[in-house]
Design a protein. Structure first.
Length: 151
């Protein structure tokens, strides 16, 4: 059953709140990472290898956290875009309605449970417009690059 106007409005509110929280979180993490890097670079005492490893780990963790939050932010932005396009609540893969309970639990969901499960198992091979990657051909040559004629 399609989402009601009230359900979409409720999801929009949640998505806008999540968006603001993620923007703040990414900004805070970036600031912390920058301060940590600056503190390490400006340290007057030589760092032991253990201190250096610890600092490097913390910086790597901060950058991975930023990437994770930015990825979620892109999903939230995509859901808000789908609301503007009147496509929110429809599966991007099969076009069927996404279950209301799924939307409540994961308002940035773009696929129904069945299609999401198929994608996670690697069964979906579709071109994604504007996405970070495109799966067109999963043959070995496509995965490692077509070196034919480049020998």
């Amino acid at each position: 059953m399609p989402l009601t106007i009230e359900q979409i409005a409720h999801s929009r509110e949640i998505l806008l709140e999540k968006h603001a929280a993620l923007v703040n979180q990414v900004s805070r993490l970036a600031q912390e990472a920058a301060e940590s890097s600056e503190a390490t670079e400006n340290s007057k005492s030589p760092l032991s290898s253990a201190e250096n490893a610890s600092d490097t780990f913390e910086q790597d963790f901060a950058f991975m956290s930023i990437e994770s939050e930015e990825s979620l932010l892109r999903m939230v932005d995509r859901a808000l875009q789908r609301i503007r396009e009147n496509k929110y609540g429809l599966c991007e893969e099969c076009g069927e309605d996404i279950n209301h309970e799924r939307i409540e639990a994961l308002p940035w969901a773009t696929m129904c449970v069945q299609c999401q499960a198929r994608e996670e198992r690697g069964e979906l091979r579709r071109q994604r417009k504007g996405a970070e990657f495109e799966i067109v051909d999963d043959s070995e040559e496509a995965l490692i690059g077509d070196d034919k004629g480049h020998a």
